[in-house]
Design a protein around this ligand. Sequence first.
Ligand code: DP6
Length: 327
Amino acid sequence: MVATARAAANIAFVKYWGNRCPALNLPANSSISLTLSNCTAVTTVAVDGSLNEDVVYYGTSLANDAVTARVRRFLGAVRQRARREEKARVQTSNNFPVGCGIASSAAGFAALALAASRAYGLLLDTQELSCLARLGSGSACRSVLGGFVEWVAGTSHETSCARQLADHDHWPELRDIVVIVSKAPKEQSSSEGHALAPTSPLYEARLAYLGAVLETTRRAIATRDLRLLGEVLEPEAFCLHAIAMTTSRPVLYWTPETVDVLRRVFEWRRQGLEAYCTLDAGPNVHIITVAEVAAELVPRLRAHGYNELIVDRPGPGAQLLSQPPPQ
Ligand code: DP6
């Protein structure tokens, strides 16, 4: 049986950083994100009884050992639920650079969860699919849904999943300009970052402050209030980076170009262009703004030599592109 699915990356306004249970990717805090329109992964899963092991292709080449091991672990969880044993051939491709602070694993595992569950004959509802995707990559549980999404931290596998706050048509003029300043692999993976986070003296303070941040973010989304959203999302991202910089194995994800982009956005904001910055665990800057301001910012960024830009808008959740015929 063969199924193909597409899912998009998401950008978190309130970020997941730190685990309550690493084995199940149960997060220490709830998070809120926007599912993007342009940064997508397409994944095909073909169940094949003649295979001794799962085979994983990234584009037309075999995936590296680390990716293959992660996908095999995930398919093991799908097979367990489907009570099936046959192995599968997986082919995945992204239309954006991987491993550099754009949630490539979120898009990849959301697409894989949908394609693999169908290929193995599981018909999951959105909540079950979100829980399943979370086992592959925490943030993938949010990419199962479109638009504005909250991952409710929960306390168990069944209760830790995403719910939609508003669909992608709710705030169509919102934009995320991804400024790619580096495509180098991350210095420290998110999994390492989650594990190290509690060693930062700032970690408990962040968890305590997130309650109000989540509440304000929900309100800003409901009322489409960019200023309110920006005034919480920017310090929240810096807070995560402050934690990464102060653990027992500190990491500074920023490059000089990261700082340059941040300073320019601050300056343009002082000039009246309303735009706010957020960064995942990497050097690339996501500028959250509206279409009209994005049209002003893109040429300014290019004029300063930032030519690798992806402009995203709110996008839909994971979708099946093809599925096995009904049994
Ligand atoms: C900083 O554990 O979901 O992007 O290692 O790519 O699977 P992967 O990431 P994950 O951590 C994401 C961390 C974050 C914040 C967020 O997206 O909430």
